[in-house]
Design a protein around this ligand. Structure first.
Ligand code: CMX
Ligand code: CO
Length: 146
């Protein structure tokens, strides 16, 4: 079951400048940043709010790390802007399977690694009225050492 907006993915040419815009304009701070080579992105997650299912909602700012990445290709065609939306779920495998059964193309056989150790998959934008849609299960919260 999809229970929240996990994040909105925003493609940009210059991650540092875009982070600075969100900080100076709205006061949003970087909660986490990483490079995901498989996805071809350098990214910053800005936490906007906690959610009632124990998760949170973020903005995900994305800068391509290589010319042949999906985000580089998208930026070349569209310029900067909203690239995808991501719904949070406790069960990305089950939800992807169920949605696939409704005739929507799921892009990965198995979920892959996303931000902060999450597991992610994508639905084809052409099957979702033009919206590239990601499904995310956050990494389990590690219990403190005793
Ligand atoms: N939103 C809406 N439509 C999109 C889109 C997007 N982000 N990206 C591509 N499309 C549309 C294109 O406009 C094009 O439509 P037309 O045929 O009408 O022109 C069509 O989809 C095909 O686009 P393309 O440019 O030829 O791109 P590809 O088919 O090579 O790739 C997709 C499209 C969705 C398969 C690819 O972007 C993908 O695999 N995305 C998932 C991975 C990803 O986006 N990773 C980066 C984010 C990582 C993260 O969130 O952690
Ligand atoms: Co994303």
């Amino acid at each position: 079951m999809l229970t929240r907006i996990d994040h909105i993915g925003i493609a940009c040419f210059d991650l540092d400048k875009t982070v600075e815009f969100y900080r100076a304009t709205y006061g949003f701070e970087v909660f986490h940043s990483e490079v995901n080579e498989e996805q071809g992105v350098r990214e910053a997650m800005l936490k906007i709010n906690e959610t009632s299912d124990g998760g949170a909602s973020y903005l995900q700012l994305l800068e391509p790390t290589r010319e042949d990445s999906t985000v580089a290709k998208w930026l070349a065609k569209n310029g900067e802007g909203v690239h995808h939306i991501a719904f949070g779920t406790a069960d990305v495998d089950g939800d992807a399977e169920e949605i696939k059964g409704k005739g929507v193309r799921v892009l990965y056989e198995e979920p892959r690694r996303g931000s902060m150790g999450s597991r992610i998959t994508f639905l084809h934008p052409k099957d979702c009225h033009g919206v590239l849609t990601e499904l995310v299960t956050s990494a389990p919260v590690e219990s403190p050492e005793h």
